[in-house]
Design a protein around this ligand. Structure first.
Ligand SMILES: NC(=O)c1ccc[n+]([C@@H]2O[C@H](COP(=O)([O-])OP(=O)(O)OC[C@H]3O[C@@H](n4cnc5c(N)ncnc54)[C@H](O)[C@@H]3O)[C@@H](O)[C@H]2O)c1
Length: 385
């Protein structure tokens, strides 16, 4: 394979390294010369680290680096068999890019987008032959995260998903298939992890540090929702939330919060700006959680029930298969277990009762139980066992 990767920012660099490590030639292009030069230094540093940790021989690291050509010239894409864009998240820019690539890449070349929130069909519509277009969504950092979502557009030709599955496995990654709907799998199903946590905090039921403590200590998640949002950055996390909400025609289940919007507007992006939900400036003291077990259990029950409900709804709407959903949430966002396995463990009746309890309290459409969970409960079914 000769792969063309366009955009050498956070994602493009990692993706280029992954594909080059699998022994393929990669052309990495960026409009910004400084970014492109930084990309070279980043790949080199990342490979050096692997050599230092004895995870890669010096020879292999040199070979991988030699596989990557840094370019600003589209005409070098004339031999590419695969082109993936990881440029700015803007539909017009992505469409314009593929109109240009059409002029240089061969007609047989597969075209792909790493978009997190735009529809694959809308980007594909800018291509001369959109049947070769597909969504290939990596997770950050691409060199570390194993999951890759594969999203066919309505235009995508039959067989291309299977072809991409083989290619992605060859890169050492784990592919899952998703429908071209907002947030695909992970960014859709994970919304309540953030949204419900903020809601609990906004209502004064528990503070950020207690919710984070409960979700990590009782729930078993690697990071609590507030620490994770601060880590991802509110510029990124708020935009994804807003985009999923807008794309779902304003379904109240995905409604963004004013709390996060204000952090975003204030430039309190989290770790990268020194302040988010927590204060990261030197010498700042971190607040202590209350460690109230009963409260912690209620917090975990509410957030996990909402996550399971979202997962069940994704299955009900055929967004993905049950095994792919479990893989997506454990490999894409490192959940301690699959949400469907969690539903089976708790019993579907418990999930329904937690969410029905919330509906009784609030009478908001946000707390509507997925029809699939009700049906499964009536029929006494479980997801996996
Ligand atoms: N950052 C994440 O966590 C993440 C995760 C998954 C997917 N994504 C998606 O990946 C894409 C890239 O995200 P990122 O975080 O790497 O962005 P980034 O801002 O770090 O990098 C984008 C790069 O694209 C370059 N660029 C912009 N327009 C260009 C053009 N017309 N031609 C060539 N280069 C151009 C910019 O100079 C920049 O270097 C986006 O679509 C984003 O939604 C991001």
């Amino acid at each position: 394979m000769i792969a063309g990767i366009i955009g050498s920012g956070a994602m493009g660099v990692g993706i280029a390294q992954v594909i080059a490590t699998a022994g393929n030639k990669v052309l990495l292009l960026d409009v910004n010369r400084d970014t492109l030069e930084a990309a070279g230094r980043n790949i080199r540093a990342s490979l050096d680290k692997l050599v230092a940790k004895k995870l890669l021989s010096q020879q292999k690291a040199d070979d991988v680096f030699a596989n990557v050509t840094f370019t600003q010239d589209y005409s070098s894409f004339s031999d590419c068999t695969f082109v993936l864009e990881a440029i700015v998240e803007d539909l017009q820019s992505k469409q314009q890019l593929f109109r240009e690539i059409n002029l240089f890449a061969p007609d047989t070349c597969i075209f792909a987008s790493n978009t997190s929130s735009l529809s694959i069909a809308s980007i594909a519509s800018a291509c001369k032959n959109p049947e070769r277009f597909i969504g290939i969504h990596f997770f950050n950092p691409a060199t570390v995260m194993q999951l890759v979502e594969v999203i066919p557009a309505v235009q995508t030709r039959p067989g291309l998903v299977e072809e991409m599955f083989d290619i992605i496995k060859g890169w050492g990654k784990i592919p899952v298939a998703a429908k071209d709907t907002p947030g695909f799998i992970v960014n859709r199903v994970a919304r309540p992890f953030y949204g419900e946590a903020i809601r609990i905090m906004e209502e004064g039921i528990a503070d950020c540090e207690t919710i984070d403590w409960a979700m990590t200590t009782i729930g078993g998640f690697k990071m609590g929702p507030f620490a994770l949002m601060d880590f991802i950055g509110h510029d990124v996390n708020y935009r994804v939330t807003e985009s999923v909400f807008n794309s779902f025609f304003y379904d109240p289940r995905y409604k963004p919060s004013f709390t996060q919007k204000r952090l975003f507007e204030a430039g309190f992006y989290g770790r990268k700006s020194g302040r988010g939900f927590y204060d990261y400036t030197d010498g700042a003291t971190q607040p202590k959680p209350s460690k109230d077990e009963q409260l912690g259990n209620r917090v975990v029950e509410r957030i996990v029930a909402m996550l399971i409900n979202e997962a069940a709804d994704a299955i009900a709407m055929n967004i993905t298969s049950e095994p792919d959903l479990e893989t997506a949430m454990t490999k894409g966002v490192n959940y301690p277990k699959g949400l469907l396995a969690w539903a089976d463990e708790w019993g579907i009746e418990k999930v329904i009762s937690v969410i029905d309890g919330l509906y009784e309290e609030y009478h908001e459409d946000r707390y509507r139980v997925s029809a699939l969970l009700r049906r499964m409960n009536r029929e006494n079914r479980t997801f996996l066992s």
